[in-house]
Ligand binder design. Structure first.
Ligand SMILES: [Zn+2]
Ligand SMILES: [Zn+2]
Length: 233
C-alpha cells in the first residue's frame, strides 16, 4: 500500500520541536551527562571537572559515530531507496509523524534529528556528487534546490528525491522563494571556487551557483508515492 504526499500534505505552521538533546548523551570519556553548548546546533560539552574533554566542543554526529562504533546504538540508515520512515526527536510519542529519512540527517536512539546534518556524510555527498536524500551517486546533471544563489543543504539530488523532499519536508514550505536548477559540477561554486578546483576538505563547503544558471520554480504539484513500510538498510 502506498501513501501519497502532495502539496496539500505540507503543514503550513510547522514549528521545530526542541528536543532535550543533552539528556540523551553522556560524555564518552567520563560517562557524565553532556550539557548543551553555545557553539551551534548539535553541539554539546562535558562540564565535569577533571575530565580530559572538559569544555571541549563535541559534535553530535561525532558522538553518535562513536556510540555506534562502541555498539551503544544502531547506525543511521545507509544509502538507498526507499528511504526508511522515522519519527523525529521532539515528536509526540502517541502519534509521531513518520517521514522519509534523508541520508544526510542525523539519527540517534531510533529517531531522526531533522535539522542536524551528519557532516561526514555531507562531505561525502559534496566530494563524490552523491544525492543528499538517498546517498546514491547522482547523474552528471543533477538537481539542486536554491535559496537565491545558495544551494539548499549544499549537495545535489536526484529528480525523484527532490520531489520527495518538496512533498514531505516541512522545512521546504516557503516555495515562493525556492528555486530549482539542473546542474553539473561545472556550475557549482564550492566556498566561492569552481567545484573541480576544490580539494577534499575537512569541513563542509558552502555551495552556490552563478547568475548564468537557469532556475525554475519548484513544481510542488508533483505527487510522490512514499512507501509506508519502513525498511532499514
Ligand atoms: Zn567528560
Ligand atoms: Zn537520491
Amino acid at each position: 500500500m502506498l501513501t501519497s504526499f502532495g502539496a496539500d500534505a505540507i503543514p503550513t505552521a510547522y514549528r521545530e520541536p526542541e528536543p532535550a538533546l543533552a539528556e540523551l548523551f553522556d560524555c564518552l570519556t567520563c560517562d557524565t551527562p553532556l550539557r548543551p553548548c553555545s557553539a551551534g546546533p548539535g553541539t554539546l560539552m562535558c562540564t565535569t571537572a577533571g575530565c580530559p574533554q572538559v569544555w571541549d566542543v563535541q559534535h553530535l554526529w561525532q558522538i553518535q559515530d562513536e556510540r555506534v562504533r562502541r555498539g551503544l546504538d544502531q547506525p543511521a540508515p545507509g544509502p538507498g531507496l526507499p528511504r526508511p520512515l522515522l519519527a523525529g526527536h521532539g515528536d509526540p510519542d502517541h502519534a509521531p509523524a513518520l517521514r522519509p529519512h534523508p541520508y544526510l540527517v542525523q539519527v540517534s536512539h531510533g529517531r531522526a534529528w531533522w535539522t542536524l546534518l551528519h557532516r561526514g556524510r555531507h562531505r561525502r555527498c559534496q566530494h563524490q556528487w552523491r544525492c543528499q536524500v538517498c546517498g546514491l551517486p547522482c547523474p552528471p546533471r543533477a538537481q539542486v534546490l536554491l535559496d537565491g544563489h545558495n544551494v539548499y543543504s549544499d549537495a545535489p539530488l536526484h529528480t525523484r528525491c527532490l520531489r520527495l523532499s518538496l512533498s514531505t519536508c516541512p522545512h521546504l514550505t516557503d516555495t515562493t522563494t525556492l528555486r530549482v536548477a539542473a546542474v553539473t559540477t561545472d556550475d557549482i561554486l564550492a566556498d566561492g571556487h569552481p567545484w573541480a578546483d576544490t580539494l577534499v576538505t575537512e569541513w563542509t563547503q558552502d555551495w552556490s551557483v552563478p547568475d548564468s544558471v537557469y532556475t525554475t520554480a519548484p513544481d510542488v504539484h508533483e505527487v510522490v508515492a512514499c512507501p509506508q513500510r519502513p525498511s532499514r538498510s
